[in-house]
Design a protein around this ligand. Structure first.
Ligand SMILES: [Fe+2]
Ligand SMILES: [Fe+2]
Length: 407
């Protein structure tokens, strides 16, 4: 009997153990080191899934996805490339030909957690809600708090207009990006695994100090803002871009003198981009340095160039609200047109000023400011047909201002 046990049962047990052990070896962990969703194309039918892995990751840049409740998983693969100045790897997978208004589940190769996302529903009658702001992280705890305050409103996505991790494009500050992605993992994924997509623009704190003779080209943009151009699928080169929700709504992300000059090529692009969207109902510019500052000087060079080059194009193309950042306050201007205060719906309201997760600064009184505060905040924007409803929410969750625009 003893011989039988040694001959058959013990090898069987060892084999079972070895199988289980190899299973553990080849399954990394529950979750990757970083995960976020964004778009570079139509938000109704596409999604870009980025995840970051540590050395030793044994999977490939691949995932499985399905409409929630469907039986079959569909495989999808993408590409991977080095995370600049880090031992991590960036994996990027673009999903296309999705159905609008659906919930999709996905699992990443080598990880066990099941995540999900929603594609936006088509149709102007369906409300769309986003949280918007900028200057996200002096301290991770502040970013976490404002993220959580925004998530109470169940936004479809989140928009940040620059000054993200405050890494200044420097390898020395790589840990700041780790914290930034950690904050997203901890606060922008619902307990049921639904991930809220983000759209980001560029700010001065994405960029290293540039030389006097800086020339804006692909190589220099990547060199001076290595993280921004590598970590985010959108806007990618040349650093500004547009996301169209059909003809309902378009977000225009601009670069306020960070890796591209405001005037010249970028302003020409803006003109053509707005002209091509003459039938789009809501045009929403997002950029970092404010044309109508709440802390800095009205006459500052970049602020003045925003007003000289961007604002006339916004005014010529029926823009009703523009989102600015960089001053680390809350501000809402009066509706403005041609440098004057006009009535609601007749001009453009400039909102934001970037105090999502940075130390708030004092505000200055100015003829164009309708409301100014020194606090951490985000703006919750709900668009339904021609109506725009905004709630301004502090990081503690208090609604401290609100504004409505009807086109
Ligand atoms: Fe800034
Ligand atoms: Fe900032």
């Amino acid at each position: 009997m003893k011989k039988i046990i040694i001959a058959f049962i013990i090898p069987l047990l060892i084999g079972t153990f070895a199988f289980a052990y190899s299973d553990i070896t080849f399954t990394n962990e529950n979750e990757p080191a970083g995960l976020f969703l964004t778009w570079k194309d139509d938000p109704y039918t596409t999604m870009v899934i980025d995840y970051h892995t540590k050395p030793g990751y044994q999977g490939s840049s691949a995932l499985q996805y399905r409409v929630k409740g469907a039986k079959k998983w569909i495989p999808a693969s993408g590409s991977n490339f080095p995370y600049p100045h880090h031992d991590r790897t960036i994996h990027r997978i673009a999903l296309n030909k999705l159905k609008a208004g659906k919930t999709y589940e996905f699992t990443l190769d080598g990880f066990t957690r099941i995540y999900s996302f929603k594609t936006l529903p088509k149709g102007k009658k369906k409300p769309v809600r986003f949280a918007i702001g900028g200057d996200t992280m002096h301290q991770k705890a502040w970013m976490d708090s404002t993220n959580r305050a925004a998530m109470v409103y169940d936004p479809d996505f989140i928009v940040w207009g620059g000054d993200l991790a405050y890494a200044n494009g420097s390898p020395d500050n790589i840990g700041r990006w780790d914290d930034w992605f950690q904050s997203i993992m901890e606060t922008l994924i619902h307990p049921d695994g639904r991930v809220v997509p983000i759209l980001v623009g560029i700010g001065n704190h994405e960029v290293q100090r540039k030389p006097e003779d800086y020339v804006a080209n692909d190589a220099n943009r990547l060199r001076y803002a290595p993280f921004y151009y590598s970590l985010f699928a959108f806007p990618g080169q040349p650093g500004y871009g547009v996301i169209d929700f059909g003809r309902y709504m378009s977000f225009v992300f601009l670069d306020t003198d960070h890796t591209n000059p405001i005037d010249g090529v970028q302003t020409e692009w803006l003109k053509e981009t707005l002209e091509a969207r003459s039938k789009t109902l809501h045009i929403i510019p997002v950029y970092h340095v404010p044309g109508y500052p709440s802390n800095r000087s009205y006459d500052g060079g970049t602020q003045t160039r925003v007003r000289e080059h961007f604002v006339p194009l916004f005014e010529a193309h029926r823009v009703k609200m523009a989102f600015e950042n960089h001053d680390h306050t809350y501000k809402r201007t009066h509706p403005l047109k041609e440098g004057k205060v006009v009535g609601n719906g007749e001009g453009i309201v400039y909102l934001g000023d970037g105090s999502w997760g940075v130390k708030p600064r004092n505000t200055n009184e100015a003829w164009y400011l309708a409301r100014r505060e020194s606090l951490h905040q985000c703006i919750i924007v709900t668009i339904e047909g021609k109506s725009i409803d905004m709630k301004m929410v502090s990081k503690e969750g208090e609604v401290f201002d609100s504004y409505k625009i009807d086109l």
